[in-house]
Design a protein around this ligand. Sequence first.
Ligand SMILES: Cc1cc2nc3c(=O)[nH]c(=O)nc-3n(C[C@H](O)[C@H](O)[C@H](O)COP(=O)(O)OP(=O)(O)OC[C@H]3O[C@@H](n4cnc5c(N)ncnc54)[C@H](O)[C@@H]3O)c2cc1C
Length: 424
Amino acid sequence: MTSDAIVVGGGVGGLVAARRLAREGFAVTLLERSGALGGQVARQRIGGVDLDAAAESFATRGGAVAAFLAELGLGDDIVTPNPAPAWLHRVDGSAVPLPSTGLLGIPGEPLAADVVNAIGRGAAERAARDADLPALAGTDAASLGELVRLRMGDAVVAGLVAPVVRGVHSVSPDALPVERAHPRLRAEVLAQGSLAGAVRAIRAASPAGSQVAGIRGGMFRLVDALEADCRRLGVRIEVGARVTSVEPDAVVVAGRRRAGLVLRASGSVPDVSRRVTLVTLLVDAPALDSAPRGTGVLVAADAPAVRARALTHLTGKWEWIAAALAGRHAVRLSYDGVPEDAVATAARDAGILLGHPRIEVLDATQHTWDRGAGEPPGDLPSVGETAAGTGLASVIPQAERIARELSQARGIRPVPATGERMEG
Ligand SMILES: Cc1cc2nc3c(=O)[nH]c(=O)nc-3n(C[C@H](O)[C@H](O)[C@H](O)COP(=O)(O)OP(=O)(O)OC[C@H]3O[C@@H](n4cnc5c(N)ncnc54)[C@H](O)[C@@H]3O)c2cc1C
């Protein structure tokens, strides 16, 4: 028996759900507002090579993404980044390697030499007192900043956690809910009796010790593979189809009502106050061959002279990019908002952050993204980051689960009363 399902939104969440529903026997239509599938997983071309324009990796926790990629035939192309640490650009303009045993900047070994080097002996000793606190201390904290401050002190938050969280999540640690930072962190503090112990336990559970992995050739290959599989399974894909209103059993596109069980996968409500711009530079700079700042640099919030909040040395981080760019280098700088004269600003910042002011820019791209506000999506079944949380390690398993649940409940149609207007 087949049922009709309409998936609204062709990002990874929507594509994963559409594929699963089709595999479960639904006749599926996927509606995507823009001209291309993938949403926040997108490609860009620089120096004749396709690179990721936004998401470039996935968290390895739980192994769900790797298993899913294997199912799509991409398992052999999973790659881990160069294990060299990223660096911290400190408020005084100096740079130090990010401590190697940390999670989101939280040290797993507070008295390790690299932690003392980064924040000083006094601050490291304060952080080590985490081990003497009762397991419960701080575990009711709402934000990551509050949890770390309580257990390890201010200097760890300001000197280590804030630059990392700003670089990864574009927010301050005080605005990042603990569960969004890491879904198991709170439970592991209770289980291990300390925050440092929780960090060590989470790191030990990551495959091969790497917190993230990518796909050789780019994360956007996931979108290509999903699209191909969806088409093979008969999913009807329509791009340029903006849904303006949704009900449980119908959507409106271009003034026309279309019936079917509706699954929302349209991402979060865009929030311009969380706008981020990525500038990618292709550069000729042999001084970068030795990856002088490892995989990249995270910038302390108040560091003068630098406007970027993070720099990724793409050719230092991913071997496949280094091979594809054949001797040239690529660096990617992240900004809050849209910097004026973005490429020139990025080139200047890159020189400072990499310690090599003479960097010749050969090519450049610039993309601005409005991160989601994370508004709850309403009563309709929803997949994607609004419902699951940011990041592919959250989005992919949740979309699989919701689609399976819908399939199990096939025939039992929910009957909520009102329709909803779509944002965007
Ligand atoms: C710069 C950047 C870097 C990132 N880096 C990483 C990373 O390294 N690792 C990681 O795991 N995650 C990363 N993320 C986050 C990750 O990409 C997202 O969490 C994930 O891709 C979200 O997928 P989604 O399907 O929920 O939403 P989206 O990708 O936002 O897809 C939603 C889709 O719905 C469409 N849509 C919206 N409204 C309508 C409508 N009314 N009608 C029809 N279609 C509609 C949109 O056009 C879009 O294509 C990054 C994100 C950004 C912006």
